[in-house]
Design a protein around this ligand. Structure first.
Ligand code: HEM
Length: 137
């Protein structure tokens, strides 16, 4: 078995499930109806782990390339923009969901709704950028 392919595949497994968490978590927190506070708190933890997994597995892709080729993938233009956008979403998503957890009791319900909407926008944006990174690389 080719170890490089295995490393990429396992990293992609983590990256795919991380994507499910950062998009699915905020979606369930808003739709089809607002869940109770305990459920939202658990979703917030899931989304936090999801953003951390995305950052780590995204870096993992780069690390595998570097380990096997001694350099990072040679990407340009739209692919670079898409990668930077994904990294920006990961940082913003991590910070926003951490704030949601910290401000749990202080924030009003509409404010929480707005934060969850923001998390959904970040997840959807990153997932969209992933397609551009893939096909413009
Ligand atoms: C620090 C953040 C991130 C980094 C550094 C990163 C990096 C990468 C890299 C290097 C690839 C492989 C690209 C290729 O096959 O050419 C990839 C694939 C992918 N990423 Fe990310 N990513 C990040 C965050 C995200 C997020 C937040 C999502 C989703 C919400 C996401 C979704 C995907 C998907 C779905 C693929 C597979 C695309 C495909 O092969 O069709 N990534 N990512």
């Amino acid at each position: 078995m080719d170890l490089q392919n295995l490393a990429y595949a396992l990293t992609q497994v983590a990256h795919n499930f991380g994507a499910v968490a950062v998009v699915g978590g905020p979606l369930f927190a808003r739709w089809p109806q607002r869940p109770q506070e305990l459920v939202r708190r658990r979703l917030a933890w899931l989304v936090l782990v999801g953003w951390m997994v995305q950052g780590a597995s995204g870096a993992g892709f780069g690390a595998i390339s570097y380990a096997y080729y001694g350099t990072f993938p040679d990407i340009h233009g739209i692919a670079v923009a898409a990668l930077l956008l994904k990294m920006g979403c990961a940082v913003a998503g991590f910070l926003l969901v951490t704030t949601v957890l910290h401000q749990r009791e202080r924030w009003s319900a509409p404010r929480h709704d707005m934060a969850w909407a923001g998390l959904l926008v970040l997840g959807v944006t990153a997932l969209t950028a992933a397609a551009f990174l893939r096909w413009f690389s």
